[in-house]
Design a protein around this ligand. Structure first.
Ligand SMILES: *[C@@H]1O[C@H](CO)[C@@H](O)[C@H](O)[C@H]1NC(C)=O
Ligand SMILES: *[C@@H]1O[C@H](CO)[C@@H](O)[C@H](O)[C@H]1NC(C)=O
Ligand SMILES: *[C@@H]1O[C@H](CO)[C@@H](O)[C@H](O)[C@H]1NC(C)=O
Ligand SMILES: *[C@@H]1O[C@H](CO)[C@@H](O)[C@H](O)[C@H]1NC(C)=O
Length: 484
């Protein structure tokens, strides 16, 4: 998944982002709730008392950082990620590979001496099948495509049709009469992932409304070397389902230029995609039980599923591995916090946070015992800050906690924790935190064949692991839970 920096998104997009995996969202509703939620009786004096308590963790924070960055655990999360993704490969919702990934992680957690269990989840099972696209006129050219999750396929003989190229939904509406019987190509400019992903999500239904037979959508990325990017798409209810795939930035611009010259473009599209009945899967859970308040939980997480391209190393293998590594570091140092540290590796995030939603529905009865929920799903590049959503009093405490990260230069606390998988908890008022990394290249690789181990850097992963472990441990060990 993924999101950009933290600029506010349109409210309509918030709904979309909650449904679409690829994006960590910070819903506006959540934000205003957090702002209003001074909801605690912590006085200034209490906060300064807690600041002193937090400062008392400087030594333990330093030990965690030393172990992760300079000591025996140096590069461990990276080599774990390499072993995992080289062995399993990618692991799309419903696939045998995802089952293998869950078994792999179950065994790895157990071998690491953590308490591990699986929680059953029903997940979507979409299969890509064979797919291809060919430009036939004005000249023959292969088009690199990736069908979009939940798309229907074409008839076996494919769909051959003239193309209408548009730059926006508005232009599509203005030229609605030209769309009938055509394949609509969207060549929308990239603004930001959060904004531009609307074309991937809704392009097929918008084109179907004006009579198109299929859509080819410019990949949602600021940078391309002719690589198509996949992702989830949503059919609107009551609108005909037409096949939908992403094409490359280069091919979208090529067809746009041809259309500007008045050339007639014909494409043949063939897609074997289909949706099978929901599959059985699991969220994978590993714990270090708290010594004083075992029922109270600090939850760390990343998602174990990926798209069916590349290795899913960046999205979100890295987030999953640092959420494991954090527990390993704490265990290696012989530490056990007051509260339970729980790592959850979500299933079927890419289909709209499916595993996380079912986890929330099951466990929300205990939401008053969830101290902090954490998610890493924007890559594990150089960490720059901790993003946090919570009451003003909780923000003050977290600002003290991140000071403990001075040895790795990431003492910044930003407002608004983000993430598809923790958003149900944050909406219910549970404090939430996410990892903000130097993510400028994230969308270059996102949902492509390029999401491989080659994108990952061991030192960056050491820093991310250290940050994750220090924050989780200290919050789980403070006298009191974070004030709501
Ligand atoms: C907290 O503050 C609220 C509002 O000032 C008050 O109604 C409530 O009784 C206080 N609770 C405690 C435990 O002091
Ligand atoms: C960790 O990775 C860095 C960068 O690749 C390398 O220089 C260093 O030697 C590695 N350390 C260990 C213990 O493998
Ligand atoms: C809720 O918490 C209680 C006490 O820790 C525990 O026994 C129970 O299993 C929890 N229920 C769920 C659904 O997590
Ligand atoms: C933190 O910043 C200081 C000063 O720029 C630098 O010397 C140090 O190596 C940095 N630490 C890490 C872990 O990057």
């Amino acid at each position: 998944m993924a999101q950009e920096g933290g600029p506010p998104f349109l409210l309509s997009l918030v709904m979309l982002l909650l449904v679409l995996s690829s994006v960590c969202v910070c819903p506006g509703s959540m934000r205003s709730m957090a702002a209003a939620g001074t909801g605690s009786n912590h006085t200034a004096r209490e906060v300064s008392k807690i600041a002193a308590e937090v400062a008392g963790y400087a030594d333990v924070a330093k030990r965690i950082i030393d172990l992760a960055v300079f000591g025996a655990a140096q590069n461990r999360s990276h080599s774990r990620l390499a072993d995992f993704t080289d062995t399993i490969g990618n692991r799309v919702s419903g696939s045998h590979d995802l089952e293998m990934a869950i078994k792999y992680m179950y065994n790895a957690f157990a071998q690491d001496g953590l308490d591990v269990h699986l929680e059953p989840v029903k997940i979507p099972h979409w299969v890509r099948g064979k797919e291809s696209a060919e430009m036939i006129a004005p000249r023959a050219k292969h088009l690199a495509i990736l069908g979009l999750g939940s798309s229907v396929g074409t008839p076996p003989e494919g769909i051959k049709a003239e193309v209408l190229v548009v730059r926006s939904f508005d232009e599509l509406k203005q030229r609605a009469s030209e769309a009938v019987g055509r394949i609509v190509v969207f060549n929308q400019p990239f603004v930001s992932y959060g904004e531009t992903v609307a074309y991937r999500a809704y392009g097929a239904s918008e084109a179907a409304k004006v009579g198109a037979v299929a859509t080819l959508i410019r990949s949602i990325t600021p940078f391309s070397i002719n690589s198509p990017h996949t992702g989830w798409q949503d059919y609107q209810e009551g609108v005909k389902c037409i096949p939908s795939a992403c094409i490359t930035v280069e091919d979208a611009e090529l067809m746009w230029r041809m259309a500007q010259r008045g050339q007639s473009i014909v494409v043949r599209l063939s897609m074997g995609a289909k949706t099978l009945p929901d599959a059985d899967s699991f969220n994978t859970v590993a714990e270090i039980t708290g010594w004083q308040h075992p029922e109270q939980v600090v939850l760390l997480s990343g998602h174990l599923d990926s798209w069916d391209v590349g290795q899913g190393a960046m999205d979100d293998g890295g987030g999953a591995m640092i959420s494991w590594e954090a527990l390993s570091l704490i265990k290696d140092l012989g530490l056990r916090p007051r509260r339970t540290l729980r790592t959850v590796l979500w299933t079927a995030e890419e289909q709209g946070g499916v595993g996380a939603q079912q986890y929330y529905d099951l466990h929300k009865v205990n939401s008053s015992n969830f101290d902090l929920v954490m998610e890493s799903d924007m890559g594990t590049f150089t960490p720059v800050a901790l993003q946090f959503t919570g009451s003003v009093a909780a923000q003050k405490i977290m600002a003290e906690v991140v000071k403990l990260l001075a040895p790795i230069n990431t003492t910044r606390l930003e407002t608004h924790g983000e993430g598809t998988d923790i958003s149900p908890w944050m909406k219910a008022g549970v404090p939430g935190a996410s990892l903000h990394v130097e993510d400028s290249r994230y969308f270059w690789f996102h949902h492509t064949e390029g999401d491989t181990m080659t994108v990952q850097d061991p030192h960056d992963m050491n820093l991310c692991s250290a940050l994750w472990a220090v924050v989780a441990y200290v919050v789980a060990d403070l006298q009191d839970m974070l004030p709501r």
